[in-house]
Design a protein around this ligand. Structure first.
Ligand SMILES: Cc1ncc(COP(=O)(O)O)c(C=O)c1O
Length: 423
């Protein structure tokens, strides 16, 4: 073996390098388009959230290591909140783990539960890190794509994408260890209904399968849809790990603070991974998040509660985005939750020189062409499908609409000019 070859990426990690985020963040830096690609607000978090961090910064007691499995004040606040939402007393010491973003919660859940040869069901389109995480753990991902189910011949809402029940059940067998559920879903914005979740839950119980439920967009759900936590369904608390994110909850993605909650026997496995890889999260961020949660706990469910007002803030942005994409000739899929929108751009194919890009996937070529020639950045959704299913994403682009109104208007102006042949 040559000296260099010795330092190649270990076999178990191959096939997952580098992610769509790495590539598209670089494109944003190189071409400086209007970036509606990556999912973060381009405006500040609520003032009481940043004030909490300012106050913590000047509190000299908050700058050393804190408790390994979660800062005491934060796990108390999370236990209080989720005990109410789940309808059972959550033990802050044994049933919650705080993590470095929801990413680490996913990593600890998957690595802590998936063994060599275990099968893990992933519903497509999925947040792209699920696949490599399952593979790193020695697991075998089994995929099922949500399929369009047109209403009156049209697919216009994320609710028009559904699970094929027979295909879904056929993925379950004695080797199935877990399913990864994401509701509201990124990138589609689908919010699974009680009926859909009951169907999934019944199969989890029938085949003794763990449910890892990624609910980072739990507060961004548009009426009339409601967020249902699968852990609240009969017999599901015992087999569900639910994941959340302060980055999403408080519109402060740079905080990279997440958590997982579930029964102590399931959480023990996560704690074991966490204690030897991360050990303890950032103290001041956890303290500030705890204070922010305490503020929200006092006004939970009221109009002022950020968990209520964030949807009020986002809905006009969502509707504006759908309108400008329609006017540009795309066919948006209006999301029921989250802050992303998929849009079918295939009607515009004749206006785009896809031959100028050499990527295998059409959506990569389209999004790169748009960045370089039109100055608008989206994300190619085939990144959210497994190899054999990538074609399901190719006619789409994903845009993020948690952006200032001026920037959404700037996107509208760009698209109008493009349509008029002025770009
Ligand atoms: C579905 C989903 N899960 C998890 C994460 C990761 O969240 P965090 O930034 O808290 O690590 C994201 C971030 O975009 C996401 O969209």
């Amino acid at each position: 073996m040559s000296e260099i070859a010795r330092f190649k990426l270990p076999l178990r990690y191959r096939g997952s390098e580098p992610s769509v985020w790495v590539e598209y963040i670089q494109l944003a830096l190189d071409y400086k388009p209007l970036n509606l690609g990556q999912g973060f607000p381009d405006y500040p978090p609520p003032k009481y959230v940043t004030d909490a961090l300012i106050n913590v910064a000047s509190d000299t007691t908050q700058h050393q290591y804190t408790r390994d499995f979660g800062h005491p004040r934060l796990v108390q606040a999370l236990a209080k909140l989720y005990s109410k939402l789940i309808g059972r007393e959550i033990n802050p010491r044994t049933e919650i783990l705080t993590t470095l973003g929801a990413y680490e919660a996913l990593f600890s859940s998957i690595t802590g539960h998936v063994d060599d040869g275990d099968e893990v069901i992933i519903i497509e389109p999925y947040f792209d890190c699920y696949e490599p995480m399952v593979k790193y753990a020695g697991g075998i991902p089994k995929y099922i794509a949500l399929k369009p189910d047109p209403k009156n011949g049209k697919v216009e809402s994320s609710s028009d994408f559904v699970l094929d029940k027979c295909e879904f059940e056929s993925l379950f067998n004695s080797k199935t260890k877990a399913i990864i559920l994401n509701t509201p879903n990124n990138p589609l914005g689908k919010v699974f209904t009680l009926e859909e979740l009951t169907f999934i839950a019944d199969l989890c119980k029938k085949y003794n399968v763990l449910c890892i439920s990624d609910e980072v967009y739990e507060w961004m759900v548009y009426e009339p849809r409601e967020h249902v936590r699968i852990a609240t369904l009969p017999g599901m608390w015992e087999r569900t790990i639910t994941i959340g994110s302060a980055g999403k909850t408080f519109s402060a993605t740079g905080w990279k603070l997440g958590w997982a909650y579930g029964p102590a026997n399931l959480m023990f496995n996560l704690q074991m991974i966490h204690q030897s890889s991360v050990y303890t999260g950032c103290t001041p961020i956890q303290e500030a998040a705890a204070r922010a949660f305490e503020t929200e706990l006092d006004r939970l469910g009221t109009d002022e509660c950020y968990f209520v007002s964030i949807t009020r803030e986002l809905k006009p942005k969502r509707d504006f985005m759908a309108k400008i994409l329609r006017e540009a000739g795309m066919a948006p899929i209006v999301p029921e939750g989250g802050y992303f929108m998929l849009a079918d751009w295939s009607a515009l194919e004749s206006q785009v020189d896809l031959s100028s890009e050499d990527d295998k996937r059409k959506d990569y070529r389209f999004t790169k062409w748009m960045i370089k020639n039109v100055g608008l950045q989206g994300i190619p959704p085939s990144a959210f499908y497994s190899g054999p299913h990538k074609h399901f994403g190719e006619n789409f682009v994903r845009y993020c609409f948690i952006k200032q109104d001026e920037n959404l208007q700037a996107a509208a102006d760009i698209l109008t000019k493009w349509k008029a042949g002025q770009i």
